[in-house]
Write a protein that binds this ligand. Sequence first.
Ligand code: F6R
Length: 615
Amino acid sequence: MCGIVGYVGNKDSLSIIIKGLKRLEYRGYDSSGVAISDGNTTRFCKSKGKINKLEKKLKKIKDISGPIGIGHTRWATHGEPSDINAHPHMSNSGKLLLVHNGIIENYNTLKEKLINEGFSFVSETDTEVLVNLIEFVKQSEKLKLGEAVQIALRQVIGAYAICVMDYDRPNELVVAKLGSPLCIGMGKNEFYIASDVSPFIEFTKKVVYLKDGELAIIRNHKPTIFRKISDNSKVLPTISRLELSLEKIEKKGYKHFMLKEIYEQPKAIRDTLRGRLNIKKGIVKLSGMDEYMDKFINCKKLTIIACGTSWHSALAGEYMFEKIAKVSVEVEYASEFRYRDPVIDKNDIVIAISQSGETADTLAAIKLAKQKGAYVYGICNVVGSSIARESDSGSYTHAGPEIGVASTKAFTTQMTILYLMAIKLAKIRGVISKKSFINYLHEISAIENKIKIALKNDNLVKKVSKKYMNSKNCLYLGRGYNFPIALEGALKLKEISYIHAEGYPAAEMKHGPIALIDKDMPTVVIATNKINYDKIVSNIQEIKSRKGKIIAIVSKGDKEVKKIADDVIEVPECIESITPFITVIPLQLMSYHIAVMLGKNVDQPRNLAKSVTVE
Ligand code: F6R
């Protein structure tokens, strides 16, 4: 994780870097730092805590300004959050400064080697090893910075996106990438370096996404040099045009990004569907799928890989593919899949889901699937992300930037793509009638309005949240399509309010979790199902007879559950396969309100980061 920013140009780099770091704070926020060069002197400042702490510290430093600089916001991997472990890290001579996102796996071996060469270390980080390795290569082989970076990186095992400054070459920055994201905003006689495009969106629309194994030497008023790290060969960069606007990455009057993103879901889903649905002609257009239609028609098994919330959408996808398209599906945690020896071959389709498109485990799982000959379909939100580029084809969710660490609109838009894929597959494999295909199209296009209606219950959800905000534990139960929603509801509560919560298939309760039930243990039951409705009612009775409290999510007009639940939140009626899109809304809102009432940092929960680019 971690976010890095750099600037080379004519403006004062400090304010650009600080603003950029704030936009990247979602990637990590336990400490931060900057180094700024005025062409003669380089000054730096680091601080434990959020960027505002760094800003306070910076006010006390005289003359820290200049047209070249680097900055970093950290999510600790090696060494606890502290001033010393914060980046930039300085080499022993004091000449090189480096910011890094990623993990150097062989840092211990490299560190021993450097200690034997007389180097010493002040921090516990792998990054300090890297900056000294570059210095060692530079000094011993008498090289310029760019060459030294290249040669040093050939000895490194792991993942990195780095940006390096040299006191002796104050007008240039060297950047390189393997595994972690890095892009360069190409302005007019100025360059912006960042982990994603948000730090420079208002300055330039031209961007080069550095590819794995590439390095760039960025100099003031001179053309940037792009090279391959492995053999120093020249690389011709591709300049892409950004469609993102500044407005899209701001809070627009909402108190938190998470709330804004919850409320954005109707529009986000509309954007996901845009151009892909033609009800009149009875068409679902997914070009990534159309290109590989034969593979989809003939595939015997789909494997879906993802992590966290994206894994929950994968699980909802499993129900969709199996029930609607009658295809066998396996859903795998990417982190497990990558280290097993999964039985996958060239006839298999692997679907990889990721909001950020940078999750290290998912990326590694894709690479493994490809090695085994499988065709990989990526579902990503971030355009141009590593997973999007690594997949053979795929679909973007077009949800817009998701800044809140707790994923909300990414989840519902991922399910939207999975739904479209499932009904398209069902049609091309001839397992559903034209009439029922058209019916599914109507249902998916009605989601936007149904979510709007579900959002109208926000005040009621807030009231219910207040009642249960001091609970220490919470159980979430659902069946069928709503089982993934039980998992997702529990994850949302855990990650932003730090209340222990578990999601279970409702019928599994009697095999263990029922032992937990007492008057202090609320259970959220998603009881919208038509199939097995009576069984859910029985589950609720079982909890009630053990004095458990029930918060029920029910379909409008429900009669039975209302009689027995302590609190009831209605959602609009819909067909079974659409329920997860709607039932997740009150659960997202509930976790949001509880976290706010408990005074937690909703958008930046402790210990978490938005994109998990480390194992
Ligand atoms: C939870 C959450 C995480 C992510 C997970 C995967 O709210 O955001 O569980 O879903 O880290 O991230 P992506 O989808 O970017 O691969």
